[in-house]
Ligand binder design. Structure first.
Ligand code: GLU
Length: 509
């Protein structure tokens, strides 16, 4: 894939630390990661924090935690360092001005002295005002002002920005790895700011300088960045670096479930599913946005479901480990069309991953669920047996408590309304009798218990169905749970009998 096959593949994930990480952002890092790892390359995490007005404390740490949770650990990052640091753009500030100035000297950019008030005035006067070839000749910039006036303004330190001078009527294009050749009419693109009045570069300048200096070979980013691509391509060209410009892949959007537009955080709130990878609390408003992790998704499932939003390996296979994804990943199989997000399908992936995971993988999560209910000190052996009985019934990790909480805490309430109506003294006698017989039953195993219980029902002349449900309710409190004799076997003789006695009391009360 790389133009120069000897060159090590280097990709980057370049988020702006402005809040929680949308699942689309995680898919972007995932595709970068899968491509890099499939080529023996490196993933670089670069924090794009040049817009100080949008900086949100805690957002960078959140991103780093999120990548760790997903197992997409960068090879170079602000935390880890590397040969191409610093990895935060705000710490690279000094590097950008020289390039902006070089562009001005070479005639590809210009100084603009228009004040924010003057620009506001233009916006009022001209509908859809954009600073571009259509009006730059009459605005306050170094293209129009006499050279000595420009020098004087610069010397006097009058605030100014540097803008790219977009050519008129040219076509600029590049070959996108997903979309093929993409081209743009430069007349339609405005003269973007490259360097701001505070000396900070804008995203457009910083992304090009950093991708160059960090020797990025390939870049996967969201489709929403496609309109910026002509500016970037021209900058690569104007700075004399076009031959080493990374190969781009603009990933298809993740769409709302009905396919109507990009999936936003608000859609998640509206439809009741998470859109962020992990819980995010806005430090200003204190607003909590729920994430997949806290809802009870396994990272393996989350990564798996994201990989399939816009990619497949051409077979029917849907469950892939990260290593399998690396092995099977190919750009040719990324679709150009947006991928609809389906939360039911997302849950299906989690269910499948829970089923496939073993105790050692699930134990930390299960213990966390149990601790929330003040259940501590559970032995691994017991946890494993409980898990084997309820695994198939779990979709999200907290389901473990709904499905299996009774293995750790005896029921305190009983769902007995329906059985109470049909209760009879014969049933009471049956339970008193079987409880006393169970005291001597050996061995206390599921199969033996089932055999014994069913024989007792036959001997009583009562109906099978009418005696199974009460038994279950006595043990678990409700009409749910796995095979009832498996439950009794695992609870043990003493505990099962104690629960039967309490349950019977509740029915008779
Ligand atoms: N800083 C941009 C973002 O927040 C990065 C876009 C790119 O990858 O070039 O998504």
């Amino acid at each position: 894939m790389s133009k120069d096959t000897d060159k090590k593949v280097r990709v980057r994930f370049a988020p702006s630390p402005t809040g929680g990480l949308h699942l689309g952002g995680v898919r972007t890092v995932l595709f970068n990661y899968l491509f890099a790892k499939s080529q023996g390359g490196d993933l670089i995490l670069r924090i794009e924090d040049t817009d100080q007005t949008r900086f949100v404390p805690g957002a960078e740490e959140y991103i780093v935690d999120c990548l760790h949770w997903c197992g997409l650990v960068p090879d170079e990052s602000p935390q880890k360092g590397g040969d191409y640091g610093p990895y935060r753009q705000s710490e690279r500030k000094e590097r950008y001005r020289q390039y902006a100035e070089q562009l001005v000297l070479d005639g590809f950019a210009y100084y603009a002295f228009d004040t924010p008030e003057e620009l506001d005035e233009q916006r009022k006067l001209v509908p859809n005002f954009r600073y571009s070839h259509e009006n730059r000749d009459r605005l306050k910039n170094s293209l129009n002002l006499p050279v000595d006036e420009v020098d004087a303004l610069l010397k006097a330190g009058v605030p100014h920005v540097v803008r790219i001078k977009m050519p008129v009527g040219e076509t600029v294009g590049f070959t996108d790895m997903i979309r093929g050749f993409v081209s743009f009419d430069t007349s339609l693109v405005d003269d973007k700011v490259l360097l701001k009045a505070d000396g900070m570069p804008t995203y457009h300048l910083a992304v090009v300088v950093d991708d160059y200096q960090m020797k990025i070979t390939h870049a996967f980013r969201g489709e929403e960045w496609l309109p910026s691509a002509p500016v970037h391509v021209l900058l690569w060209e104007y700075l004399g670096w076009r031959s080493v410009m990374p190969e781009w892949a603009h990933l298809p959007l993740i769409l709302k479930p009905d396919g109507n537009g990009k999936l936003s955080k608000r859609d998640g709130d509206r439809l009741g599913f998470p859109v962020y990878a992990m819980n995010w609390t806005d430090p200003k408003t204190g607003e909590l946005t729920k994430g997949f992790r806290e809802l009870g998704f396994l990272p393996e499932a989350f990564v798996n479901l994201l990989a399939l939003l816009g990619w497949n390996d051409g077979s029917e296979q849907e469950i892939f480990s990260l290593q399998e994804l690396i092995d099977r990943f190919s750009i040719q199989r990324i679709s150009k069309a947006g991928a609809k997000f389906d939360f039911e399908k997302a849950k299906w992936f989690n269910h499948e991953w829970i089923k496939r995971s073993d105790l050692s993988e699930l134990a930390p999560y299960l213990r966390e669920v149990l601790a929330k209910h003040d259940v501590l000190d559970v032995k691994d052996g017991y946890l494993e047996q409980v898990l084997s009985l309820v695994k198939e019934r779990m979709t999200l990790l907290p389901d473990f408590w709904e499905q299996a909480g009774f293995f750790f805490k005896a029921p305190t309430t009983y769902d007995i309304e329906s059985i109470k109506k049909k209760w009879s003294t014969e049933k009471t006698d049956f339970f008193i009798d079987i409880i006393s017989k169970m005291e001597g039953l050996e061995p206390w195993r599921s199969e033996e218990l089932e055999h014994f219980y069913k024989l007792a029902i036959q001997a009583s002349g009562l109906k099978m169905g009418e005696l199974m449900l009460p038994f279950r309710i006595m043990l678990v409190g409700g009409k749910f749970g796995p095979h009832v004799f498996d439950i009794a076997a695992l609870l043990g003789k003493e505990e099962s009998i104690a629960r039967m006695k309490r349950g019977l009391e509740a029915i008779l009360a």
